[in-house]
Design a protein around this ligand. Structure first.
Ligand SMILES: [Zn+2]
Length: 400
């Protein structure tokens, strides 16, 4: 019996809606994309939108479909195709019309989530509620009893929806929310345009107001900017800092980040789900810098695991295995020196993740939450994540 898993970084709305969208991940040409789109349009059967997700343009041999091609394949049905990174959208003319915006031919990158929020407002609420309830039930069956939503937002709309879903019982996990831009915890998307001084000021103001900041650091540029900016805030003025993703980190930055007292929230399952793609990309070399685990602990950082769903698979056992064996889906090794012992990886998914999210969970101890998972196939005495599977879940003291 282990504590309930805490997913310390995911996106409830996006994970729910991607789970119901047609999957573009297998597409290798624009014809493939249009074929997936045509079936998605046929499947809408009178519902308002056709949704596709998971499109990786780098895998298409002849580029993405043009606005004209999207229109020809979809007619009057509004269509949205989401970039694999979740930050970009391809829409047809009917969709731009519904959103009351001038049509754009090609990707629209939406780093602050405004277009996503606008799309959310025109999606039938019943569709989204059913998708959220499905997602929550699936996570609970896998032993996830607490989640943190790290969706960046410029309005409190997403946060209000999350509170409603939790209050109505559609989200059954304990929930911590970073998606309210005025909340006591918030997600900060670094804007290189605001530069070092602008970034330092945002951090100082947030900490002076006692707010916890979770900073989006998906690449070297953002991690470098954050490191510079935080080191220019005097130690006594610094507050709690979460570094999200920390996808790439050179060895010489590790001790510097350790000195900041930061918590690293990263995604062990990315090694399994995306590792083969990373290994094929020379621009991501040296690959030992990617999605580190053990190095963070060695330099004294706190560590917590999250799925980043829908950008990665929401499957705690898969994440646990990947944290221990660092194998991609084809079996290749990615940064094997970053592997964690099974019990340490489990702590990053339970106790340490709960600490990071201020949840009274993550440990089996009197006075804490009655969230637990019964694992079988683990072997006696020591945990073996390769063989474990979930045989039962207790959430808030109730057998699920
Ligand atoms: Zn994320």
């Amino acid at each position: 019996v282990v504590p309930g898993f805490v997913d310390s970084h995911l996106h409830v709305r996006a994970a729910a809606s991607v789970a119901t969208a047609a999957d573009c991940a297998p597409a290798r040409s624009r014809q493939d994309v249009l074929a997936i789109l045509t079936s998605a349009v046929a499947a809408t059967a009178g519902r308002s939108w056709a949704a596709c997700a998971g499109l990786e343009p780098a895998l298409l041999k002849d580029g993405i479909p043009s606005l004209g091609e999207l229109d020809a394949a979809s007619g009057a049905v509004p269509v949205r195709i989401r970039h694999r990174s979740l930050h970009g959208w391809l829409l047809n003319s009917a969709a731009w019309r519904v959103l009351d915006l001038p049509p754009v031919d090609g990707w629209w990158f939406d780093h602050h989530g405004e277009l996503g929020a606008r799309i959310g407002r025109v999606t039938p609420p019943g569709d989204l509620r059913a998708a959220v309830a499905n997602l929550s039930a699936r996570l609970l069956a896998q032993g996830v009893t607490a989640i943190a939503d790290l969706t960046p937002a410029t309005t409190g709309e997403g946060a209000r929806a999350l509170r409603r879903w939790r209050a109505y019982g559609l989200v059954r996990q304990r929930l911590i929310d970073y998606s309210d831009p005025r909340g006591s915890r918030f997600k900060l998307m670094l804007d290189p345009a605001s530069g070092l001084l602008g970034t330092r000021e945002v951090l100082r103001r947030a900490w002076a107001a006692g707010r916890q900041v979770a900073v989006h650091c998906p690449d070297l540029e953002s991690l470098g900017l954050l490191l510079e900016a935080v080191s220019r805030v005097p130690g006594r003025e610094r507050g709690r800092l979460r570094v999200e993703h920390a996808s790439q980190c050179p060895p010489e930055w590790l001790p510097l980040i350790g000195e900041l007292g930061a918590t690293i929230v990263t995604h062990p399952a990315f090694v399994f789900a995306h590792g083969d793609r990373y290994l094929a990309e020379d621009t991501l070399a040296p690959h030992e810098w990617l999605y580190r685990l053990r190095s963070w602990l060695e330099v004294g950082c706190a560590l917590a695991a999250g799925s980043d769903a829908p950008a990665g698979p929401a499957d705690p056992l898969l994440a646990w295995r990947a944290a221990c064996d660092r194998r991609t889906s084809s079996g290749a090794l990615l940064g094997p020196l970053e592997a964690l012992p099974a019990e340490t990886a489990l702590a990053a998914m339970t106790a340490w993740a709960a600490d990071t999210c201020d949840l009274p969970a993550g440990r089996l101890r009197p006075g804490l939450a009655g969230d637990a998972v019964l694992l079988t196939g683990c072997g006696r005495g020591a945990f073996d994540p390769q063989k474990a599977h979930v045989a039962g879940v207790i959430a808030a003291g109730e057998i699920q």
